[in-house]
Design a protein around this ligand. Sequence first.
Ligand code: GLN
Length: 424
Amino acid sequence: MSSDLNAFITREEIPSTEEGPLSGQTVAIKDNISTEGVATTCGSEMLADYVPPYDATVVERLKTAGATIVGKTNMDEFGMGTTTETSAFGPTDNPAAPDRVPGGSSGGSAAAVAAGEADLALGSDTGGSVRCPAAFCGVVGIKPTYGLVSRYGLVAYANSLEQIGPLAPTVEEAAELLEVIAGPDERDATTRAPDETTYADAADGDVDGLTIGIPSQLVEGADDAVVDQFEAALATLRAQGAETVEVSLPSVETAVQAYYVIAMGEASSNLARFDGVRYGQSGGHEGDWNETFAAARDAGFGEEVKRRILLGTYALSAGYHDKYYEKAQDARAWIRRDFAEAFERADVLASPTMPVTPFRLGESLDDPLKMYLADANTTPVNLANLPALSVPAGDTEEGPVGLQLVGEAFDERTLVRAASAVED
Ligand code: GLN
């Protein structure tokens, strides 16, 4: 086991409390998911010393399912990033593409699974943060339907968009982990009870008669090397009896813009609690409340987090609210409608998960816009609250490529079935 990947912020074992379906399995947990008595930093200096007094619901469920938690994984600060490089605890290397980023923001979780430092992992996906690192590290990642998995104990970044999701070496294992964490929770009023609650048994590879829609807009902008692997994966699916049809999602060209306005707006409000008094490090400044608040936040937050709080606050402020936030909400509604229309013609949709191969470490840090644009294929799914899965589709000289499958709300089973056919 290589420990120089920097996949973990804290390595500490949390034992299971009961025997269950995950007995004997090790699980790594993203460091924005609360663990009682074990540091939960969100990749931020602000929370470097924060130890939660309670477990997130997903952590409780893992413990009673027999899992052994092995530590808390590295991540972009508060989930804000696509490379895990905005972490206050240094970057994580990609075991599947050395000297390249593992993707983000759940890069530590994906790297830990890819390197065998944990059997399974949990990440969180606000705009792609489970699927992107899954694609870049060559593992499987699931972003569940909004409301399938409890967010209780997940430190909020943009709560109308995010879900906790599994990362695993295979589709079946990811589905088993989803089974353990899914289901209603009285402490998260947005959770719902789905009709179907088993997922792993759907990994039967049976795609005969399945119609797969290909949204042209999500393929056009991708690198050639990515498209080659994507096409090869589609050919595998067709060879097993699936049919592919072209569908159109014209609204997705607004997705990255709408996503960042909404995500930054929600973040600016969610992160107000880190004031050095209720939560977070104090900046060591003595003075009036405004000065101490500002000093704590200046010292505790990194560049990317500050940029987003400023932009989010601006976009929500009186006079600009209609111009940005409301427009973004309109785009969100339009995207939802486009997906609904596409699902009248297809059972699932397929695209490259990421339009690019993993960046070299350090390459995208000075160019936030380039980083934001890499989220073109993942963010529409969060805006529409749909489920999606990334499964390895093949390799390039610059690292692995992921195939993204998007399903109708609460139809995770069809995603698992189609993805398992790609693996075969
Ligand atoms: N890259 C996106 C962002 O920076 C998604 C992050 C996430 O899903 N947490 O917001």
